[in-house]
Design a protein around this ligand. Structure first.
Ligand code: FMN
Length: 194
């Protein structure tokens, strides 16, 4: 049994992204994992302001919901980042959440090339939805996930579901007409299967 924290950075209450996340959670729960979902539409997490107080042993000076999320992040085995594709990348809400990882970094006397501090070691996954479904649709989002979360922060990638072709936000969510919900359910079920 693993502890999985799913953080969803925006999207409509019953929209494509929430449906994708819920399918993943259904699969993961059925596989015996303990899953918690946090919506950044419901709790406020602001971006890092770069004051560097955390580099002098102080807790983050921003008094928002991130402080309550820190113990959840620390105790999770896996953090799932979920977002609709907004202007060809992750939402600003999930980006703000990622920026705040700065305050949980620890000093590393011997960091690997290109890294300046160490982060808790976690597994990570990416769940995204979009209107378009071209071969380049997720290029920026996946590039950011790989650079920032996997290569820099150092989390271990467990996989992604990139749900293209879910319809735009002018109309009803269309993800139920695609295979993505079944894929997310299967991903949740098998994420820790050997
Ligand atoms: C502000 C905004 C920007 C968007 N930008 C893109 C985009 O760059 N590419 C794309 O394919 N879809 C884009 N979309 C469509 C959404 O990614 C898509 O409809 C998504 O599934 C909506 O998620 P939701 O149903 O969870 O709200 C955008 C939607 C909004 C509201």
């Amino acid at each position: 049994m693993k502890k999985i924290l799913v953080v969803i950075g925006g999207g409509r209450p019953n929209g494509n992204t929430n449906q994708l996340v819920d399918s993943f959670i259904k699969g993961a729960t059925e596989a015996g994992h303990e899953v918690e979902k946090v919506s950044l539409n419901k709790v406020e997490v602001n971006g890092c302001i770069g004051c560097n107080a955390c580099r002098y042993g102080k807790p983050c000076i921003q008094k928002d919901a991130f402080n309550e999320l820190v113990p959840k992040i620390k105790s999770a085995d896996c953090i799932v980042f979920a977002s609709p594709l907004l202007f060809w990348t992750l939402s600003s809400k999930i980006k703000a959440f990622i920026e705040r990882f700065y305050c949980i970094a620890e000093e590393d006397g011997n960091p690997p090339y290109g890294r300046y501090e160490s982060y808790p070691i976690k597994d990570a996954a990416l769940l995204m939805t979009s209107a378009d479904n071209f071969f380049w649709t997720y290029e920026q989002a996946v590039s950011y996930y790989k650079f920032a979360i996997i290569n820099y922060i150092g989390f271990k990638d467990k996989g992604m579901v990139l749900a293209g072709g879910c319809g735009d936000t002018n109309g009803k969510p269309q993800i139920n007409k695609t295979e993505h919900l079944a894929n997310a359910y299967e991903f949740g079920k098998t994420i820790y299967r050997e």
